[in-house]
Design a protein around this ligand. Structure first.
Ligand SMILES: [Fe+2]
Length: 241
């Protein structure tokens, strides 16, 4: 069962809120990186969106028990990320974080009109898989950029979690491809029109959308699943006129 494998992976990756060295945070170094703090605020809004985003997907996937289980892990670990990011920003004394709960509620409020159509479930799952992959690269890049060591550690944990989440979504899609190979066309089309679900609550910077490394990783992932990557598909279409 897909869930058991991913549950085991999640448990063995195990880091806890208490394993973060909150007392060792270098507040001065953190405050010297306002652009990184701004990215953490955005990331916390995306992670804090999971309690309304994940159930929307889960309700559509009620008859795919593995999918609901994988999304439950996403929900659980997303909330852990939200909590860790909030705590970090609070310890650092980031002034903009004081109103973050109201900001999160306002961000969720803006998504209340979003509805999902069950016929497009493969598209949403593909966007979810790719969003998690982009998040993994985003956190890893921030970990490399920051000069604050505790944040670097936290971001490394979170980046690995996101890679696992992306792999979980990949396993759900693989199951669908095995059941019906025609699904491949929808996955490739969804990857070509990738939209990060975090765009529902924050403006995803263009630089991240065009993250070359993440795009290459996405290509590899789609090729593993479908035998053809979005770039190869586009090339094929161009060649065929
Ligand atoms: Fe995630």
């Amino acid at each position: 069962m897909i869930y058991e494998e991913h549950l085991r992976a999640a448990e063995s990756a195990g880091w806890s809120i208490d394993s973060i060295r909150w007392d060792a945070i270098d507040r001065g170094a953190a405050r010297d990186e306002p652009h990184i703090l701004a990215s953490l605020r955005d990331a916390s809004l995306i992670e804090g969106y999971l309690p309304t985003f994940a159930p929307r997907l889960m309700l559509l996937l009620w008859d795919d028990v593995d999918a609901t289980a994988i999304l439950s892990l996403e929900l659980f670990e997303g909330l852990k990320h939200y909590t860790a990011l909030r705590r970090y920003l609070e310890v650092v004394g980031d002034a903009a974080t004081r109103s973050s709960e109201q900001m999160l509620v306002a961000a969720r409020e803006g998504t209340r009109g979003i509805t999902y159509d069950r016929d497009s479930i493969v598209t949403y799952l593909t966007h979810f898989m790719c969003s998690e992959l982009f998040a993994a690269h985003f956190f890893r890049r921030l970990a490399e950029q920051t000069r604050e060591p505790v944040l670097a550690e936290l971001l490394e944990y979170m980046s690995k979690d996101e890679l696992r989440h992306s792999a979980g979504a990949g396993a759900l899609l693989r199951k669908r491809v095995l059941a019906d190979p025609k699904v491949v066309d929808e996955i490739v089309a969804a990857a070509e029109n990738f939209r990060h679900y975090g765009s529902d609550v924050v403006d995803i910077p263009l630089a991240e959308q065009n993250d070359f490394e993440a795009i290459m990783a996405m290509n590899r992932k789609i090729r593993q699943l479908c035998g053809l990557s979005p770039t190869e598909h586009l090339m094929e279409e161009l060649t065929n006129g």
